[in-house]
Design a binder for this molecule. Structure first.
Ligand SMILES: Cc1cc2nc3c(=O)[nH]c(=O)nc-3n(C[C@H](O)[C@H](O)[C@H](O)COP(=O)(O)OP(=O)(O)OC[C@H]3O[C@@H](n4cnc5c(N)ncnc54)[C@H](O)[C@@H]3O)c2cc1C
Length: 428
């Protein structure tokens, strides 16, 4: 790297996650000189994800990419598991049409492998990937961002793109975002547990190359959060995400919650005999559209991906990678379009459907903020389901009495349930 202005490239993209790689790929395809800077020794080496990717977004980067991507399994079974200390109730949905003909709607990926492959595609398209470089700060001249500093060296560009993920140092340095509050994020831990492919297919009732995505509610000791279990080719990814604000009052760590989940009777048989290959921890944005800053650009600078808050946690799925891809494409389109960067970026985000998607599910945030969803409703659901299967010498109780008993046992007045139900209906 050098400080000489004549060595400037068109664009520096900081961060080789899905957003940064998609942006660099599209810029290179448009004939721009682009350097993709990544602090990890390879793309994906610093990235944690439960690993479920919606294929439509990869196809939006370039048609045909999804079929080439190194996925683990296509998701053919969607599951929601509601649990308490001992019990679990699983709702399982299999089948359904694909959103893109000939492609599964979603697939599981291991990020180290996927990101490295994707970054390779950006390099093939003409981007220069520079790994092992941690960007420290931005160079600003006369109110315009003109480059980056890393390890005492400088590099200049017409535009700098911050795709540096959840706690973006660069978006903060540019004054576009403030400090992340504890309410805005979840802290996630995940283990990748090795299992034979045939064992996975038997346990999750899926065919060869097929997999399941399971989201879990009630595994966070009443703290806002949940668990996930995704099947990879020869491993499963098991994790817990919980609100740091809730954790500080609970006296439990998210690591302890994950260990308890591994021993839960509903999960233990699914991972029995497996051994842990990898353990990782990471933050994830949880504030939806509310977390997207009012301005996404400055002169010579643009923020994209999770750095810009483009993540949706809907309870039954986390959509970070697909929105990162869409926003990376939009960032590239805005830079290529030229003119007013903010206007061009907002227009491209609008065309991609990202802004409308995030706004459409704004109400889910209200639903997910209901504390009883994590403390009491799992118990209520399990008590009600359990009462259906109650058989004994006594005469069966009428349904009305069973419902009242379950409400009482879970300290839930009917009024509260109806009010929460209304929030739920409004939010969807
Ligand atoms: C536990 C967990 C489970 C999740 N599950 C899913 C899921 O199943 N599906 C899904 O779609 N999303 C999921 N997400 C969210 C998803 O992982 C992210 O939203 C997505 O990766 C964001 O992409 P990105 O490109 O914006 O940022 P990232 O993928 O975070 O990439 C940012 C990159 O920037 C690099 N970087 C950061 N700072 C610097 C710097 N100063 N200099 C150089 N490089 C830098 C990082 O090393 C990293 O490679 C999950 C997240 C967590 C934590």
């Amino acid at each position: 790297m050098t400080g000489a202005a004549e060595d400037a490239v068109d664009v520096i993209v900081v961060g080789a996650g899905p957003a940064g790689i998609a942006c660099a790929f599209r810029l290179a395809r448009a004939g721009r000189t682009v350097v993709l800077v990544e602090r990890g020794t390879s793309a994906g080496s610093k990235n944690v994800s439960g690993g479920r990717l919606y294929t439509y977004a990869l196809e939006a980067v370039e048609a045909g990419l999804a079929a080439q991507a190194p996925w683990e399994r296509s998701v053919v079974r969607e599951q929601v598991m509601v649990m308490d200390g001992e019990r679990s109730l699983t709702v399982s949905l299999a089948g359904g049409p694909a959103s893109t003909p000939g492609l599964p709607t979603s697939v599981t990926v291991l990020r180290a492998r996927f990101d490295e492959w994707f970054a390779g595609k950006a390099e093939e398209a003409g981007a220069l990937l520079a790994t092992g470089i941690m960007v420290d700060s931005l160079i600003e001249e006369g109110g315009r961002i003109v480059g980056i500093r890393a390890g005492g060296e400088e590099m200049r560009a017409g535009v700098v793109v911050a795709a540096d993920g959840v706690s973006s140092v660069l978006a903060r340095a540019a004054g576009l975002v403030g400090e992340l509050s504890a309410e805005a994020v979840g802290v996630g831990v995940k283990e990748v547990i090795a299992l034979d492919a045939s064992v996975i297919e038997d346990r999750f009732a899926v065919g060869q190359g097929e997999g399941a995505a399971t989201l879990m509610l009630g595994c966070t000791d009443g703290v806002h959060g949940g668990g996930f279990l995704y099947t990879n080719a020869a491993s499963v990814s098991l994790g817990v995400v919980a609100s740091p604000a809730g954790l500080s009052g609970s006296g439990r760590t998210v690591h302890e919650m994950l260990q308890a989940l591994k021993g839960h009777p509903g999960v233990r048989p699914l991972i029995a005999g497996g051994h842990t290959l990898e353990y990782a921890a990471h933050l994830v944005r949880e504030d939806g559209w509310r977390g997207v800053p009012r301005r996404l650009t400055r002169e010579g600078f643009l923020v994209t991906g999770e750095a810009a808050g483009f993540v949706l946690n809907l309870g039954y799925t986390v959509r970070g990678m697909d929105l990162a891809l869409l926003s990376g494409i939009a960032a590239a389109e805005a830079i290529v379009a030229g003119g007013d960067l903010e206007h061009a970026y907002r227009a491209a985000l609008g065309r991609s459907g990202l802004s409308a998607t995030m706004r459409a599910v704004r109400g889910y945030d209200d639903l997910l903020q209901i504390p009883r969803l994590y403390r009491m409703y799992p118990g209520l659901a399990l008590d009600l389901a359990g009462s259906i299967f109650e058989v004994g010498p006594e005469v069966p109780r009428p349904v009305r009495r069973r419902v009242h008993a379950a409400l009482r046992a879970n300290h839930l007045p009917l009024r509260t349930v109806l009010r929460d139900g209304l929030v739920g209906v409004r939010s969807v």
